[in-house]
Design a protein around this ligand. Sequence first.
Ligand SMILES: Cc1cc2nc3c(=O)[nH]c(=O)nc-3n(C[C@H](O)[C@H](O)[C@H](O)COP(=O)(O)OP(=O)(O)OC[C@H]3O[C@@H](n4cnc5c(N)ncnc54)[C@H](O)[C@@H]3O)c2cc1C
Length: 418
Amino acid sequence: MRVLVLGSGVVGITSAWYLAKEGHQVTVVDRQPGPALETSYANAGQISPGYSSPWAAPGVPVKAVKWLMQDLAPLAIQPKLDGTMYKWMMQMLANCTEAAYQINKARMVRIAEYSRDCLRELRQDISIPYEHREQGTLQVFRTQKQLDGSLADQAILKEAGVPFEVLDANGCAEREPALAHVKHKIVGGLRLPGDETGDCYKFTLALADECAKLGVEFKYNTSIDGLDLEAGDISGVQTSAGKLTADRYVVALGSYSPMLLAQIGIKVPVYPIKGYSLTLPLIDESRAPVSTVMDETYKVAVTRFDDRIRVGGTAEITGYDLSLPEKRRANADFVVSDLFGGGGDLSKAEFWTGLRPMTPDGTPVLGKTKYKSLFLNTGHGTLGWTMSVGSARYLNDVINGRTPEIDSEGLGVERYAR
Ligand SMILES: Cc1cc2nc3c(=O)[nH]c(=O)nc-3n(C[C@H](O)[C@H](O)[C@H](O)COP(=O)(O)OP(=O)(O)OC[C@H]3O[C@@H](n4cnc5c(N)ncnc54)[C@H](O)[C@@H]3O)c2cc1C
C-alpha cells in the first residue's frame, strides 16, 4: 500500500519506520527542512514509563493555584480570547477526579511500558546512535511533605509492577554522585531503574536515515493545508507541493493535528502546552548528573547526554506561541545551578521552546477514524518520545488489520464522542 505520513516529528518517523518495515511504500511530508525540528527537537530526554501519569490528577487544581503563585513557577497561564483554550482547560479539570486519573494513568502506562519494550527491540534490530543511557531516572524531593506525598505514586507503581526505589539523601547521592555536594537540600528521592534517557532529536534523525534505507520518501519544506474528501473517504492531501494521494493517511502533526482534522469534522482535543529547555555544554563530569534528575519542587528535569546537559520543564498555557521570553528560563537556570552548579556552562546554554501536543486526559489518540483510509497518531503530550515507538507499532498493526499487541481500550478518538 502507499501510505502518506503527515508530520516528521518522533511520532511520524517511528510510524514511517514500522510501516516501511512492513513493506508499504511510505512518504513522509513536513513543512520543516528535516525531521524533528519542532517539539521533538530539544525535549528533556527521558524515556520514562515510570513517570507516565496524566497531569490531570486529584489535587492538581489546588496545586496549580500554588504553582501559579510560586517563585520560579512551573506553571504559567496567559489568558487569551481563545475558546478552545478554556474548553480544553475545563476538560482537563474534569479529568482531575480519582476515578478518571486511575483510568487515564492505566492507559498511559499501557502504551509507555509497551513502547519501552518496542524501543529495546528496535535497538536490537538496528543500531542507532542517540546518546542513550539505561540508568533510570531519579525524582528528588526537597521537603518531607513531597516524599510522603509520593506514597500514592509508589502504590500505583507497585500495582502496575513498575520497579522503583525510595532513597534518602545519601541514597540519592550514591545514584547521582554530583548530588553529594547538595545533599543538605534534599530529603530523599524516588528512583525508577527501568527508565532510560537520550537525545530525541538524534534518535529521530537516525531513524529517518533508517527509513530512507527502507525506501521511505521525504517531502520536506512542504506545508499541509487540507484533506480532500470524496465518496465518504479521504481522496488526497492538499499541500504546498500540490495534491498528494495514497491508500492510507496517518496524521502525526503534533499540536497542529486538530486544525487539519477539524476541517473534515473530526474533533481531537489536542492543545499546545508550551515548555522550555536549556542545553549546556558539559564542563565538569563530577558535577553533572549521570542520568535524569527530576526536581519535584520546580518540575524541572536535568538529563545527562554525552557531553551536554539538557534541562527541561515549565508548562505554559498560551496558545501557539513560540516566543522565548528570558524570564521563562529562570527555573531551569535555577535548578541546574542549584543541583549541578559547575557541571555545565550556563553562559553557553541554548534556550529552546516546544509545544507539547496535550490531550486533557494525557493519553494520545491512536488508531482508526470515521474515514476508512485515515488514521491518527497524535496527542502524546508530556511523554511523546516515551510513547512514540509503541504507538507507531500499535498503529502499524491497526493499519494492517491485525489485533494490536496491547489492549486498544480507550486509546482511540471515539473516547471523546462519549
Ligand atoms: C520542554 C519539553 C520537554 C519534554 N520532555 C520530554 C521527555 O523528557 N520525554 C518525552 O517522552 N517527551 C517529552 N516531551 C514531549 C515530546 O517532546 C512530545 O510529545 C513529542 O515530541 C511530540 O512529537 P510529535 O511527533 O507528535 O510532534 P512534533 O515533533 O511537533 O512533530 C509534528 C510535525 O508536524 C509538522 N507539521 C505540523 N503542522 C504542519 C503542517 N501544517 N504542514 C506540514 N508539517 C506540519 C511539524 O513541522 C513537525 O515536524 C517534552 C516536550 C517539551 C516541550
